[in-house]
Ligand binder design. Structure first.
Ligand code: CAA
Length: 261
C-alpha cells in the first residue's frame, strides 16, 4: 500500500483501490489531493500488477463532497482558472488511464465528487449515494469536467436540469438516468465493486485497454473516423499474445490465460 497525505493506494490480487482520505472534510478535493491523485495515477498506469482501479472515498458518508470550498473561497479569476485546469488535467489522466476504472460511490458525490465519478469508466453506488452539481449555488459552474462529461453520459436535457437546479439525485434515480451502472447495499459496496473488477479481469487486459481507447477517443470523433480507429485497434491486437491465447483457448475449449502482452 502506498500512503499519501490525502489518499491511499492499496494493491491486492490485481485490483488497485484508490481512496480519497479526508473524512473530516467529507473528502473534499483541495490542491494537495489533486496533486497527489496525479502522482498516484502515474503509479497505477505504470504498475503491471494492477488490472482494474477502484476509486472511492473514506468513510460511509461521502465519496467526495466536492472541491474544497474553504480553499477556493479566496481565489481570484486567474487562480480559479488554474485550479480548474489542474482538476481537468488530473481527471483526464484518470479517464485515459490504461486500466479500466470503477467508482465505488459511498454517500455524497457532489460537485468535484460527481465529476470524479464521471471520469471513471463505470460507477457503482451504495444505496446512500447522492449525486449533484451544486456549483451554481456557489456562484460558479462545475469546473472539473461536469459541464462536458455529465451531458455526454445522461443527455443534455437532464444534465442542464441537474446543473441549473443544483438538486441532489438519490441512488435509484441516478441508476435510472444512467449515472450509476448498479446500486448495492451500503455494506456490500466494496465487495460488489471487486466482483465487477474480477469479471473484467477474466478478459484480456489488452482487449480491455483497446476497447477503452476506442470508446474514449471515438466519443470525440465522427462515426466514420471512429470506425477507422476501431479497425486499427482491432488489427493491432492480432499482433499480441493475448489474441493468440484467447482464440486458441476458445478452439481448444479451455480457459484462456492472458499475460498482458
Ligand atoms: N469543501 C470544504 N469543506 C467541506 C466541503 C467542501 N466541498 N463539504 C463538506 N465540507 C466540510 C464542512 O465544512 C464540515 O467541516 P466543519 O465541520 O469544519 O465545518 C465537514 O466537511 C462536514 O460537513 P457538514 O457539517 O456540512 O456535513 P452535513 O452532513 O451537514 O452536510 C453536505 C453534508 C450536504 C455534503 C455538505 O457538507 C455540503 O453541502 N458540502 C458542500 C457540497 C458542495 O457544494 N460541493 C461542491 C463544491 S464546488 C465544486 O466542486 C467545484 C468544481 O466543480 C470543481
Amino acid at each position: 500500500m502506498t500512503t499519501y497525505n490525502t489518499l491511499t493506494l492499496e494493491k491486492n490480487e490485481g485490483i488497485g483501490i484508490l481512496t480519497i482520505n479526508r473524512p473530516k472534510m467529507l473528502n473534499a478535493l483541495n490542491q494537495e489531493v489533486l496533486e497527489e491523485l496525479s502522482f498516484a495515477l502515474d503509479e497505477v498506469e505504470t504498475d503491471f500488477s494492477i488490472r482494474v482501479l477502484i476509486v472511492t472515498g473514506s468513510g460511509t458518508k461521502a465519496f467526495v463532497a466536492g472541491a474544497d470550498i474553504k480553499e477556493m473561497k479566496e481565489k481570484n479569476a486567474v487562480e480559479g482558472r488554474i485550479f480548474s485546469s489542474l482538476g481537468n488535467a488530473v481527471f483526464s489522466k484518470l479517464e485515459q488511464l490504461r486500466q479500466p476504472t470503477i467508482a465505488a460511490v459511498n454517500g455524497f458525490a457532489l460537485g468535484g465528487g460527481c465529476e470524479l465519478a464521471l471520469a471513471c469508466d463505470i460507477r457503482i453506488g451504495a444505496e446512500n449515494a447522492k449525486f449533484g452539481q451544486p456549483e451554481v449555488g456557489l456562484g460558479i459552474v462545475p469546473g472539473f469536467g461536469g459541464t462536458q462529461r455529465l451531458p455526454r453520459l445522461v443527455g443534455i436535457g437532464k444534465a442542464k436540469e441537474l446543473i441549473y437546479t443544483g438538486a441532489n439525485v438519490a441512488a435509484e434515480e441516478a441508476y435510472r438516468i444512467g449515472l450509476l451502472n448498479k446500486v448495492v447495499a451500503v455494506e456490500a459496496l466494496l465487495e460488489e465493486t471487486k466482483t465487477m473488477a474480477k469479471k473484467i479481469m477474466r478478459n484480456s487486459p489488452l482487449g480491455t485497454e483497446g476497447s477503452k481507447k476506442a470508446i474514449n477517443q471515438g466519443m470525440q470523433m465522427g462515426l466514420q473516423q471512429g470506425l477507422v480507429l476501431e479497425s486499427e485497434i482491432f488489427g493491432a491486437l492480432f499482433a499480441t499474445e493475448d489474441q493468440k491465447e484467447g482464440m486458441a483457448a476458445f478452439v481448444e475449449k479451455r480457459k484462456a490465460q492472458f499475460e498482458n502482452k
